[in-house]
Ligand binder design. Sequence first.
Ligand code: FAD
Length: 582
Amino acid sequence: MKTYVIVGGVAGGASAAARLRRLDEKARIIVFERSEHVSLASCGLPYYVGGEIAKRSRLLVQTPQGFRSRFEVDVRTSSQVVAIDRANRAVDVCDMRTGRRYRQSYDKLLLSPGAAPIKPNLPGINGPRIFVLRNLPDADRIRSFVKKDGARTAVVVGGGFIGLEMAESLRQLSLDVTVVEMADQVMLALDREMAEFVHQHLRAKEVELILSDAVAGFEERADGGQVVCTAGGRRIDCDLVVLAIGVRPEVKLARDADLTIGPTGGITVNEYLQTSDEDIYAIGDAIEVTDTVTGRPALIPLAGPANRQGRDAADNMCGRKVTYRGTQGTAIVRVFDMAVANTGASEKRLKDAGIEYLKSYTHSGSHAGYYPGATPLAIKLLFAPETGRILGAQIVGVDGVDKRIDVLATAIAARMTVLDLTEIELAYAPPYGSAKDPVNMAGYVADNILRGEIKPFYPDQLPATPEEDLALLDVRTLGEVQRGCIEGAVHIHVDELRAHVAEVPCDRPLVVYCLTGVRSYYACRILQQMGYDVRNFSGGYVLYCAAQHGKMDIPGIDRFHRSPAASPAAGKPPVRQQMPAS
Ligand code: FAD
């Protein structure tokens, strides 16, 4: 009889334990978990803090008793593995309730210890009003602090997905919330111009957003309140602070046991999720994975990969040879009314890795424009210049973001090209999509760029191009132009272009724009066939405004809002607005 020992009983560890039992009915399976809970739904914690998940017990997906009765797994909570004796294939365990230490031998060991919230060594960081969120006791602490102390104001440090989920949850508890982020954008997996949609939505939801400023320390006020001090000299008064500045892989056990740690700080594993010791496997947030798009080592702490790795590692521990292909980094987060998602590489990551790419921006409706209630989807697609292979995608919208990002994630995993996106057949009926789905549309636009049928132009090329080298043509309606336009542009509405073509500047290359890039594409095709050297402003005036880094409101940003009464917590059906034309 084999003995399998697992360190960590939440996402990856619990998944591996259940799989091991399905593969080996006779084995002895022991899970050591330092906290009081196994199989905790960590991803639900922010919604429990905000009250959307009302019952604490719902977060406990499985209990030690449940594991015992269904899987015959010996789950030992409040039990910390403190050392690994590789030579004797044993671990030392501390029972945290009694302080008793004992030894447990193994045939195969699996490490799934996760990652811990980063707590930098800043003055005052251990104050009683400063919280992190990793487990249920953390969530309980925040909830009871807000309730008992009647907190009214909060600072969330960090604009990643946990930070933004917490900002929303605390707003739902009627707190005034400030988010402080050191970078010039939230959600670093997105590129800056796509993050601008999120910035403007957060501000519309009355979250104060401070970017490009780092927290330097914390002070306690004489009245018991808290002051957050920033490197930029700000002093922000609040009742509580949630630190959400990222996580660090828990590698102490592995390091102490002389297992190899990779350059990113995660445990090194091979394609079978084996560490540098063939009897020890490691999975989840603690390991270094290969980024499937860039091929580089990376830390990608997400629940999906941890769970899948748990299954793969269990297979391999039982002698199968299952290869873990790497992690693509597909993620989605709800930020108030908005869904924000990404898969594959961002433009930043491609640049860092020295990988060449092309890009396209499209703005489509979540479903047919003539059927009520469509909301916008802003899609950025990154693809390889020669082959058109899809490298990454980012989507910001209200409805239908999840299914589009999942289609694109599948396309990346299957190494599909933008041409494949034009061909892909997706389900359609007016309430759900369009006969040409936003994914098809993104494919058409990208394919036009790839084949050179249309030359794209991007906002970051504008300041770098002197006026004498470029003419701008705005083909929107007069009303739209009067609400805001790019300086120096000539205005001719797309429907009048053929009649007024003599007014189109022809002495310089021409950049044509409309609101989103659709009407300007029609104009480009007209002008191209008349011999003009034209470029289509990808993503249109919407993207131009988004790329001004907060200096301009994105036109139509209010279409990313549901009515306040229809927030998910209110439990009422959302009231949505009509999509205007492109
Ligand atoms: P964990 O699930 O963290 O489990 C590790 C466990 O190991 C811990 O319970 C720890 O107590 C235990 N442990 C550590 N060391 C020892 C030891 N020496 N002895 C015994 N036990 C030990 N991901 C998403 O994809 N989508 C989301 O929406 C999402 N939301 C999140 C929200 C929050 C608030 C948090 C904290 C995380 C969220 N994540 C989300 C990330 C996701 O939860 C993690 O990627 C996933 O849980 C990692 O699984 P893991 O098994 O590696 O580690």
